[in-house]
Each structure stands twice: as structure tokens, then as C-alpha cells.
Design a binder for this molecule. Structure first.
Ligand code: PMP
Length: 390
């Protein structure tokens, strides 16, 4: 039977950018010793106190259909958190609770793009972005952000692509580059959105992982709250990746329609998961800081080790749980470097090319293993790069 063009063309045929990751997993399954510095998964599990709240809620009976927009308590907790972090007045009616940030990204594009509309995103990009856009029938169009500019998109590049587009998706702190967009970058983005009447979809799932600079939510910039949909998630901030709980924050009329979309797609998020998320948010910043702390330490390890040599250069490493390393001095592509490193030392990283053209000649290292192992792996990686460059 014929399947829809939409689903069969969600991802382009040929390479999906995950070959090194799949190969590493296969090597591991075959019993080989492989260190994975690939995906954005914490090396700790969800905090015991959050699990206790989840368990209590489920045992207390919150296992039936939950309120589709989100429980009133969780919507309010998310709205309060956003208001206190950004200063923008935010009420529960501005929030839809979703099964993770990924579903929120899909819902947000669904809400603003019609079939055939152009949806912009920044390259390097989180791997699912173009597929998510295709999934709602829109046409993804990448705007490059170059390493020479610290992977911050430039105003003229955005403006050049904005003509006739419907939306622009940005992500700060950024996966995969570690860039945190500056006030100047975000102001230019906001101006372009207003000039070209674009929706801004702002993926802020790494908003608690900030090592340098300030996280600015573009919804807080002048006249942006009415054209911005913010994507949030408990995955990274609270090590709740498997719980699948996130949100869209936007204008009330947009959220009303998004609730209707949720009724016809997800039918909400399990009540005991929402109660656990509500409990977790209630712990405030101390818990968020505790969960972010290992990445802050490993980011310092990264900076210290990189300073001992001059072949591999770091990109910004301002935020998020990754270091994007510039390995162009070795003469290898990111893909060849990642494959050779895996074969030679059993260390798996992601080729920059997996995240778009602008990250060619880079590799992304996820700082997601214990400090000592991380430091040892990075030392080996740098030695390997040095040999290749010789
Ligand atoms: N946005 C970015 C930039 C991400 O890196 C991720 C997960 N790696 C997501 C969204 C989705 O996360 P989740 O669905 O777990 O909230």
C-alpha cells in the first residue's frame, strides 16, 4: 500500500547523520568497549524525590485521562517560572503542556505553518528540526550560522532568507554548537521577524545550562510576545528525558488552538507525570543547578584541556551539554575524524556534518560521562587529533 509523501519524505534518503552513533551501538552490542559521547542524555537518572512524587500521584489515582491542556497546577507553575525568569506577564492560558519539547516543536509548527509554507531554521541545527517542519507539510529552509561568528546567525543572512517565509526556529542555548545568542543577535532576529511578519519559535530547552553569558528569551523583547512560541521541556533541566513532559508558551489565542490540536493528537500528558513535573518545578533553582553542575564541571575540563594544545579549537561552549570542537586543522572532515576515532580508540562522537553544512570539519562531544572518564577521553581525542595533524 502507498504511504503518504509526507511520512516517507520526513527524512531525506541516504545518510541520516547517525551512522557513527549506530556503529558505536553495534560495536557495544558485540561486546566492545565503547565510550559514548554522542547523545544528549544525562549520566544521572531522574532524582529520587521526583520519582517519589510520581509514584505517590499514580498510587493516589492520577492514572486516568488528564486534563488535555495540562493540569491547572502544572500550567501555573510553568507560567510562574517563565514570568519570573523573563519578566513577561504569563498566565496558565499561555501554556500548553506537551509530551516533551519534541511534540511541542511539532505542535508549534503545526499551529503557524500551512502546507507549502516556508519555515526557517538555523544551521547547525538539532537533528529533528527539518523533519519536524516537513512533518507539518511546510518547507524547511536553513540559514547558516558560521563558526567564524561563534555560530551566531548574522542579521543580513536572516533577512536575506526571510522574504516570504512564515516562521523562524531558533535555539539558545544551542544544541549542537554550545552558542548562547547575544542580545545583539536576538534583537536582530526580533527586528527581522517584525519586518517580515514571521512567527518566532524559540527552543529554550537548555535554559538552565548556561556557562557564559545570559539567557535571553526573545519573547521578552519589545513587541515579540504576540509572535513568539517558546518551547520548553523538563528533559534537560530536570533529567526527565524519559518522562516526556514539556510545553509551548504563546499568545492565548494560539494556545487555545494548540489545545484543540492536542485533543486530536496526544490527548494530553499522563497526570502522574505532570504531578512529578509540578513537584520538580516546586524545588526551584537549587535542583536545576544540581542537575546542571556536572556539565559545568566538564565544560571547565574541556576548556583546560583545550588550552594545552593548539590543533583542536573550541567553539563557544557557552551553554548546553555539548562541546563543538573544530578539528579542521587535522585536514579531516568531521565524519572521517569521528569514524577514525571510533575505530582507533573506541570513542564515539557526532560528526559536525550530522547537524548541517555550517558545522563541517567539527565534531560534537556530549559531556555526558563521569568527569574522570570524560577528561581521559578528551585527552585521547586531542592526542589523536595531534597525530592526524602532524
Ligand atoms: N530541542 C533541542 C535543541 C534538543 O536538543 C532536544 C532533545 N535533545 C529537544 C528539543 C527535545 O527534547 P525533549 O523532547 O526530550 O523535550
Amino acid at each position: 500500500m502507498k504511504l503518504s509523501h509526507r511520512i516517507t519524505h520526513l527524512t531525506p534518503s541516504g545518510s541520516d547523520g547517525w551512522e557513527v552513533f549506530y556503529r558505536a551501538r553495534a560495536m557495544k552490542a558485540a561486546g566492545e568497549n565503547v565510550l559514548e559521547l554522542t547523545i544528549g542524555e544525562h549520566d544521572i537518572r531522574t532524582h529520587a524525590s521526583i520519582l517519589a512524587a510520581m509514584n505517590e500521584s499514580a498510587k493516589g489515582g492520577h492514572t486516568g485521562y488528564a486534563s488535555v491542556p495540562g493540569t491547572p497546577e502544572l500550567r501555573k507553575a510553568v507560567a510562574d517560572r517563565i514570568q519570573s525568569r523573563t519578566g513577561v506577564a504569563t498566565v496558565p492560558e499561555n501554556i500548553l503542556i506537551t509530551p516533551g519539547g519534541q511534540a511541542a516543536l511539532f505542535a508549534a509548527h503545526n499551529a503557524v505553518c500551512d502546507e507549502g509554507d516556508t519555515a526557517l531554521y538555523i544551521d547547525p541545527y538539532y537533528a529533528t528540526y527539518p523533519g519536524t517542519i516537513r512533518g507539518v507539510g511546510a518547507i524547511p529552509k536553513a540559514i547558516p550560522a558560521f563558526p567564524e561568528n561563534g555560530f551566531q546567525p548574522r542579521a543580513d543572512d536572516i533577512a536575506r532568507h526571510a522574504q516570504g517565509a512564515t516562521s523562524l526556529l531558533i535555539n539558545t542555548p544551542n544544541n549542537p554548537t554550545g552558542a548562547v545568542y547575544s542580545k545583539a543577535t536576538l534583537s536582530a532576529i526580533a527586528d527581522t521577524c517584525k519586518t517580515h511578519d514571521l512567527w518566532l519559535i524559540s527552543d529554550e530547552v537548555y535554559d538552565t545550562q548556561l556557562w557564559d553569558g545570559t539567557h535571553i528569551s526573545p519573547r521578552a523583547l519589545p513587541d515579540m510576545a504576540n509572535r513568539t512560541l517558546v518551547i520548553g521541556s523538563m528533559s534537560k533541566s530536570h533529567a526527565m528525558t524519559g518522562s516526556r513532559v514539556g510545553w509551548v508558551c504563546g499568545p492565548q489565542d494560539a494556545i487555545e488552538h494548540l489545545v484543540n490540536l492536542a485533543t486530536h493528537t496526544t490527548y494530553g500528558v499522563p497526570g502522574y507525570i505532570q504531578d512529578a513535573a509540578h513537584f520538580a518545578l516546586g524545588q526551584g533553582t537549587p535542583l536545576e543547578d544540581e542537575i546542571a553542575a556536572p556539565f559545568a564541571r566538564r565544560r571547565q575540563i574541556t576548556e583546560a584541556l583545550l588550552a594545552t594544545q593548539n590543533i583542536v579549537k573550541a567553539s563557544p561552549t557557552q551553554g548546553a551539554m555539548y562541546a563543538m570542537l573544530d578539528i579542521r586543522a587535522t585536514g579531516l572532515s568531521g565524519l572521517d575524524f569521528a569514524n577514525d576515532l571510533l575505530d582507533a580508540h573506541g570513542i564515539a562522537t557526532m560528526p559536525g556534518e550530522s547537524f548541517g553544512q555550517a558545522a563541517a570539519g567539527h565534531i560534537r562531544v556530549a559531556m555526558t560521562i563521569a568527569d574522570e572518564d570524560y577528561a581521559a577521553a578528551l585527552k585521547t581525542l586531542l592526542g589523536f587529533a595531534n597525530d592526524k595533524a602532524a
